[in-house]
Design a protein. Structure first.
Length: 115
């Protein structure tokens, strides 16, 4: 599953969306100071999202993204479903924030939606 960030009212093309996995989207929204709902759907004024992305791209310690290791649990013989978390490379959140910033700047006074 994944979450796609789009500019409201803009047709799909290679610069009108950013797509990330659900786990990463949840962490990205928290990292940007946006509380995701349980459905990972929402929207924000593009100018607000751009400002949040810019602040997170400042080269200060609190903005560093150490990444997260992958993990696996459950599966055959455990009595629970197999669950795999693929992890995230260090620096992933700032890289996605850079792409979201470009998306928000393209939206101008519009709205960025995610679902």
């Amino acid at each position: 599953m994944s979450v796609t960030f789009t500019v409201a009212g803009v047709d799909d093309d290679e610069v009108s969306y950013v797509n990330v996995a659900n786990d990463n989207a949840m962490e990205l929204l928290y990292w940007l100071g946006l509380s995701p709902n349980s459905d990972l759907c929402g929207e924000a004024p593009a100018s607000d999202l751009a400002a949040r992305c810019r602040r997170r791209l400042w080269p200060i310690a609190r903005n560093e993204d150490p990444g997260r290791p992958g993990a696996e649990s459950g599966g055959p013989g455990t009595g629970t479903a197999r669950c795999i978390s693929f992890g995230r490379d260090p620096g992933y959140l700032p890289r996605v924030a850079t792409r979201l910033l470009a998306l928000a700047e393209r939206a101008g006074e519009g709205v960025v939606r995610w679902s």
